[in-house]
Design a protein around this ligand. Structure first.
Ligand code: PXL
Length: 276
């Protein structure tokens, strides 16, 4: 069985980061090892959340894994909490990178033109160092704009997106994909660039006009699961776009569904079928 390691926080309530990566990637038939970077009572969009930083645990855990000779088919990072964590995770990449495994960095730090409460622009610049070591990065437009210095726009043309992809490629990853791209009212999706062959790929679904927390983490988890199971890049993004759209749609249509995160628990069987 393939095994991945995902490095991000545990937000105990709030359906994001590890509480979605673990069930989703496991359901895709991939062993999901976790390295929790912090324990929060909720994600940071709730006020008054508690946070226990676990930075001092990362190196001893990694050293133990080295002794045990554990290897990972993919290393997937999401929300990280500090400059120090970026530095330590960057060294983790050096230790656990092999010729055949895949490093996927989701530089979680911003959305809708704004940085999340815990971050500033210097943190965004620091994240570019992690992206430089990745095989694949999956920022949204806001994160891409903070990392490249290009302006954030809500109305744009294809040139704006391809320029953004080129600027992200300059950071160093092999494959770059922008999420939340929309050229047409009612449609949303991804556009990516394979820097090895210079080809672009893109995929769009219907845009359900609502926004839920944690959907980016669900999307990235599905991409990592599908790639680890041997799907091609365009296929992995198609599965992730379709599943994320379906899950947002289900949540939107069901009165009483929690509004802080989507009801991925209900749609997981459909993801399992997509992977057959
Ligand atoms: O979904 C991204 C995320 C993950 N973890 C924490 C967060 C957020 C977004 O706000 O606060 C702690």
């Amino acid at each position: 069985m393939k095994r991945i390691i995902t490095i991000q926080d545990i937000s105990c309530v709030g359906k994001c980061s590890l509480t979605v990566a673990l069930p989703i990637i496991s359901a895709m038939g991939v062993e999901t090892a976790i390295l929790p970077t912090a324990v929060l009572s909720t994600h940071t969009m709730f006020s008054g959340f508690t946070c226990k930083d676990l930075t001092d645990q990362i190196v001893p855990i990694a050293e133990h894994w080295k002794k045990e000779k554990f290897a990972f088919d993919a290393i997937y990072t999401g929300y990280l909490g500090s400059f120090e964590q970026i530095e330590i995770v960057s060294r983790f990449f050096d230790e656990f990178k092999t010729d055949s495994n895949l490093i996927v960095v989701d530089p979680v730090m911003a959305d809708n033109g704004k940085l999340y409460p815990a971050f500033d622009e210097a943190y965004a610049r620091e994240n570019t160092k992690l992206c430089a070591k990745a095989d694949l990065i999956v920022p949204n437009l806001t994160e891409a704009s903070f990392m490249t210095g290009l302006p954030y726009k809500t109305k744009y043309d294809r040139k704006y997106i391809t320029d953004m992809l080129d600027a992200l490629a300059q950071l160093g990853p092999k494959y770059v994909t922008l999420t939340g791209v929309s050229f047409e009212e009612g449609k949303i999706g991804i556009m990516g660039l394979n820097t090895v062959n210079g080809e672009h790929f893109e995929y769009y679904t219907e845009h359900v006009p609502v926004s839920y927390h944690g959907t980016g983490d669900i999307f990235s988890s599905v991409v990592v699961g599908a790639l680890t199971r041997g799907r091609s890049l365009p296929e992995a993004f198609r599965i992730a776009c379709d599943y994320t759209k379906e899950t947002i749609d289900y949540t939107f249509r069901h009165v009483g569904a929690d509004t802080y995160g989507v009801d991925f628990e209900v749609t997981l069987p459909s993801l399992v079928i997509k992977m057959q």
